[in-house]
Design a protein around this ligand. Structure first.
Ligand code: AMP
Length: 421
């Protein structure tokens, strides 16, 4: 072991587990791609002001969790704590909002939050996201929700619950906010929470402490304050989800940690994960573009947590999500220098012919090389020594049955392809 370790709250992805992460990312984005979402990639860091404006000054992310640094050029940059603000910034910067709408985009990458690390909560984590920008249509909200639901299903997860809420819009939310503040000011709360009442009272509803939750039973509920337009929108989302066969639970206390959400908000939770149960979430953010200095651009999106989804797969005991990419079909074992050249050439040709093949590198003895062949998971070994070369053959050994037959050099690739088919 070296003196260096991955920093606190981070971890390395190494085989074989890394294959599961790749498979999860692929499953999460495959459906979006098929639904017309184009791939977008933005920088890992952005101007700090983008997140302050975009994610919200009062959010936990901005107040406590950002990795912010000043460059040599005296510019304040921040490692991205989430994806949506960057995507909206990119859409506006490249005038994608002036073209056909909605702009549908998906992405996959690393995100950074200075959090207290625990199981399922890391400082460097991985999300797959999808956003549909520029159109206000409940069908889009439901398209996105369904894509996520189906991705979790395709991965084999059975215990994912969808929590659904609406946060209203700029008409009705302020009225609710005022009523909630009035109610919260009358409770017995600590100083930090009292301060939160004044900055972002909806976040108090999200407080996980039982002594706080106990006092919130009679809190005014947002559904009672919704304006007619928001009510109708939300009803339509609920109806469409039912038509799509998507089960959901109404959760009027679901507020989410980011300030930009309006109307539809949702979260995917998994009960096998303990405290960090959210494996994904999203919603509408109709005001975000304007917040960033752009035109009105009503939009909806989600981000799914790759790390927690992997934990959920473990919790449900779902195996075989990913093939072990280290397994090959054929493993070459040379005996002698001439055989090394010949078999190495054969391995390259096998790969070009679409067969997964590996080689006993490093001049191992026969015993060590055969052990490596077994470990490789290969069905067949190609073994050759001086005598085989003289006869223009290679020994093809079936590593399951132990049977070994000489095969003429120019027959090797077709023979192996046929045996593997
Ligand atoms: P959020 O942007 O906070 O809504 O996060 C979306 C999803 O990303 C969550 O549902 C989690 O699955 C995942 N996530 C957020 N923060 C972390 C973290 N610190 N560590 C691991 N996963 C996270």
């Amino acid at each position: 072991m070296s003196t260096f370790q991955a920093p606190k709250g981070t971890f390395d992805l190494i085989p074989p587990d890394s294959a599961v992460y790749l498979a999860v990312r692929e499953a999460m984005s495959a459906g979006a791609r098929r639904a017309g979402y184009g791939y977008v990639e933005t920088p890992a860091f952005e101007s700090t002001a983008l997140f302050k404006r975009g994610v919200g000054e009062s959010s936990d992310i901005v107040t406590k969790e950002m990795y912010t640094f000043t460059t040599r050029g005296d510019v304040s940059l921040t490692l991205r704590p989430e994806g949506t603000a960057s995507v909206v910034r990119a859409v506006l910067q490249h005038n994608l909002d002036k073209g056909a709408l909605p702009v549908k985009l998906c992405y996959s990458g690393s995100y950074y939050r200075y959090e207290q690390p625990q199981k399922g909560r890391y400082r460097h984590f991985s999300q797959v996201g999808a956003e549909a920008l520029g159109v206000e249509d409940p069908l889009l909200d439901v398209e996105l929700i369904t894509l996520a639901v189906d991705a979790f299903k395709d991965l084999g997860l059975r215990q994912v619950r969808l929590l659904l809420n609406t946060l209203g819009d700029k008409e009705c939310r302020p009225v609710y906010r005022a009523a909630l503040q009035e109610f919260l000011r009358g409770l017995d709360l600590d100083e930090a929470t009292r301060a939160r009442i004044e900055i972002n009272p909806l976040r108090v509803l999200d407080d996980k402490r039982p002594e706080v939750q106990a006092q919130l039973a009679d809190a005014p509920a947002l559904p009672d304050f919704l304006c007619d337009a928001c009510k109708a929108y939300h009803e339509e989302v609920r109806t469409l989800l039912s038509i799509g066969g998507v089960a959901f639970e109404d959760d009027p206390k679901l507020v989410r940690g980011l300030d930009y959400y309006t109307r539809t908000t949702f979260e995917f939770v998994h009960d096998g994960l303990g405290a960090q149960s959210a494996i994904g979430g999203g919603g509408r953010y109709d005001g975000l573009s304007e917040e960033l200095g752009g035109p009105p651009l009503p939009s909806v999106g989600w981000a799914l947590g790759v790390d927690r989804t992997v934990l959920a797969l473990e919790a449900e005991g779902v195996a075989d999500v990913a093939p072990d990419t280290r397994r090959v079909q054929v493993f070459a074992v040379p005996m002698g220098e001439a055989a090394r050249h010949l078999l190495f050439g054969l391995v390259l040709d096998l790969r070009r012919a679409g067969v997964d093949a590996d080689f006993a590198f490093g001049g191992k003895g026969l015993k060590g090389a055969m052990k490596a062949a077994d470990r490789s998971g290969a069905r067949y070994a190609l073994v050759a020594g001086e005598r085989d070369l003289a006869a223009d053959v290679v020994q093809l050994k079936d590593l399951v049955s132990g049977e070994q037959i000489p095969v003429a050099l120019d027959e090797i690739i077709p023979t192996i392809k046929e045996k593997l088919s």
